[in-house]
Design a protein around this ligand. Sequence first.
Ligand SMILES: *Cc1c(COP(=O)(O)O)cnc(C)c1O
Ligand SMILES: [Zn+2]
Length: 414
Amino acid sequence: MTVKGLVCRNCGKEYPEAPVSICEECFGPLEVAYDYEKIKEAVSRKTIEGGPASLWRYKALLPVRGAPVDLGAGFTPLRKAENLGRALGLKELYIKNDSLNPTFSFKDRVVSVAVSKALEFSFSTVGCASTGNLASAVAAHGAKAGLTSYIFIPADLNPAKVAQALAYGPNLVCVDGNYDQVNRLCTEIAGYRNWAFVNINLRPYYAEGSKTLGFEVAEQLGWEVPDRVVVPAGSGSLLTKIWKGFRELNDVGILDGGPPRLTAAQSAGCSPITTAWRSGGDIRPVKPDTIEKSLAIGNPADGRYTLKALKETGGTAGSATDGEIIEGIKLLARTEGIFTETAGGVVIGTLKNLVERGEIDPDERTVAYITGCGLKTQDVLRQALPEPVYIRSDLGAFEAAIGHAHRQVAGEVA
Ligand SMILES: *Cc1c(COP(=O)(O)O)cnc(C)c1O
Ligand SMILES: [Zn+2]
């Protein structure tokens, strides 16, 4: 075991491992600290490549001791996206398709780590405050581990996300309020109930799971660092941990070179990080007003650290309007055959905007993270798509409906 304990990201005070996330001295966020010398002795490219085809191939760099709660999250495809690259004017674009996880979003990575940790700490109930995808990830891993789960979501969530979460059999609590209000309520509950809230009292461990999205991209590029990664940002946790992941690979001697240029993508209707980046000021909390729910966090817990990551890596931040999110979803589906949810639309829309603004060089080797599946948010997409052709079940009806186009094709063949 290579974990030293927890350390405050703000003042550096050290703590033993426990289900806590806030520094007693300065109220800063805690994170997991490792003994990198020990890890260096134990891991190599070879040991990782010989591991399972899941995020647990990177176990030496994760804070879990025993057998993890494993639904097979991670090791999702990284695909070169020539068609989309051509459409956007980028020479070397890749899609990291993390919608292909057990519950169809990247949240399975963080939850696999957090629920494993909940068992280590002997909790019998897990919980979360969710923007949507965390709900299913916690409910599914909780079910697999035989734990009771309490899932809190904003009541106005996409119907498909509610149905999916309910299928795993959790206690689902729909709160009349936005995510920031749900999160505040859960923080109060975590204060007196002995529950493991994966993104509250287990947050330091939970967040570590996101590093694997950095590890995998490096490994799948043949142990190389791309020039730029485009990351959807809600709380900013995913982005800051991808940053940490690339730095760690360098620290343990697996990778040469520093992290890529980190680029944050947000919905224009909830963009506190992008707004702060562009104004050069501090994060100012906002009230979300957007079709994009997965990233709709008005007061991002990791906002400050996200800005630091963008600055230190020479990255940037951008946003996409609701219309651009829909167009982004359609563009990715029509060029690469990948159907993503609204968060993926934010990534593609933002990428397009940043290329057009000249902030991304066409020659950069760029990786775009697609973090959730399109079936989760079909409700917001449906009215933006054309109507299919409806017919009776006979040839005459078919010919009457689309016979003109059909005859053209037949003519060419003859
Ligand atoms: C949660 C989530 C993210 C990232 O959220 P952070 O709070 O910034 O870590 C990205 N995409 C999807 C689809 C998500 O559900
Ligand atoms: Zn502190």
